[in-house]
Design a protein around this ligand. Structure first.
Ligand code: NAD
Length: 319
């Protein structure tokens, strides 16, 4: 078994690699070659969440699980709130083949999913990127979004405005003017990424203009909520995995309220494989409910392992 620690990941997997791996995974899911197992997620108290995301990709020969969760007290300890490790197994024998640090890979695969949705669903003339959220994931999201559309400026809102400085610095690095705004000013955005751990809707229906694409990336657990359920009734809704979208994703609220039917939610992989046309008009609202699937984790972890093997990196141990 190869151990690939967190410290090696940045040198092994780039954002572009993650984009390609996640897009291939969504396509394999659409073709029925790959599927996610039911998510296990447990509250540990004091806001801590721990669980497992797992799956099997027959086409890529990947079987495994990501174990980890969200530990909100970590920021005060100087470590990130998300902690995770991916374990890969030989799908034929069940033997463990790798243990891979999952922190950076989670951020890369999550930003990749959001960027794939923007690349496939946002208007090609999108100019203004709106960011709702400014925590650890937000910077990765901003960088990934800027790779798929020629944005001319970034507007951002965060419940804790003091955190917006990090996003402002990344926008400056990307050469994009940046402005902290009220939620009401999100009507100026052509694409909006939401990436918060909010328990109640911040972004309301009235804050979103026709023709906008939303990538709702923060809601990955029962009880979290970032946007007005009415927005999901108004939008064409896409997701990574319908079963997760209606149970732990942003769609859980709209479905419970009867504003959205689960059968009306389209897997993004269907757009990647051409089974669904994606955006149909310039003025419709499209919304990607990115819940984060285990297969994304396996895909990027397997890429890290391949690269580490090629370069003789990582620690090989007997099992
Ligand atoms: P973080 O702790 O670094 O940042 C949290 C963000 O949420 C900050 O912007 C904070 O200001 C905001 N926030 C906190 N409480 C809020 C509230 N009550 N209302 C509105 N905003 C609030 O977290 P992070 O690592 O950036 O992750 C953000 C979210 O994304 C989390 O919910 C996390 O579980 C989720 N996530 C999803 C995926 C996925 O695949 N979909 C992957 C990773 C993380």
């Amino acid at each position: 078994m190869l151990i690939v620690p967190e410290a090696l990941i940045a040198g092994l997997v780039s954002p572009e690699d993650a984009f390609a791996a996640v897009e291939a995974t969504f396509a394999a899911m659409s073709r029925g070659e790959a599927y996610n197992f039911a998510v296990v997620r447990e509250a540990l108290g004091e806001g801590r969440q721990y669980g497992f995301k797992s799956g099997l990709d027959r086409s890529a020969g990947q079987l495994g699980v990501k174990a980890g969760g969200y530990f909100p007290g970590n920021a005060a300890r100087g470590i990130i709130n998300h902690q995770s490790t991916v374990f890969l197994f030989d799908p034929e024998t069940g033997q463990p083949t790798a243990m891979v640090g999952g922190g950076l890979l989670t951020a890369l695969r999550t930003a990749a999913a959001s960027a794939i949705s923007i690349g496939r669903l946002a208007r090609t003339d999108a100019k203004v990127l709106g960011m709702v959220g400014a925590g650890h994931q937000a910077g990765f999201q901003l960088r990934a979004a800027a790779r798929v559309r020629a944005f001319e400026r970034v507007i951002a809102w965060n419940l804790h405005p003091d955190m917006l400085g990090g996003l402002a610095r990344i926008a400056a690095e990307l050469g994009l003017p940046f402005e902290a705004v009220s939620l009401e000013r999100m009507v100026e955005a052509d694409v909006i990424v939401t990436i918060t751990s909010s328990p109640a809707a911040s972004l309301l229906n009235a804050h979103v203009s026709d023709g906008t694409h939303l990538a709702c990336m923060g809601t990955d657990t029962k009880g979290k909520q970032e946007v007005d359920p009415a927005l999901l009734g108004r939008a064409w809704v896409f997701t990574d995995e319908v079963a997760q979208s209606v149970s732990i994703g942003e769609a859980q609220h709209a479905v419970a309220l009867g504003l959205l039917d689960a059968t009306a939610i389209t897997p993004l992989g269907d757009v990647v494989t051409g089974r669904h046309p994606g955006r149909r008009s310039a003025d419709e609202v499209t919304l990607f409910d990115g819940t984060g699937v285990g297969l994304q984790d396996l895909a990027v972890a397997a890429m890290a392992v391949r690269r580490a093997q090629e370069r003789g990196q990582g620690l090989l141990v007997e099992v």
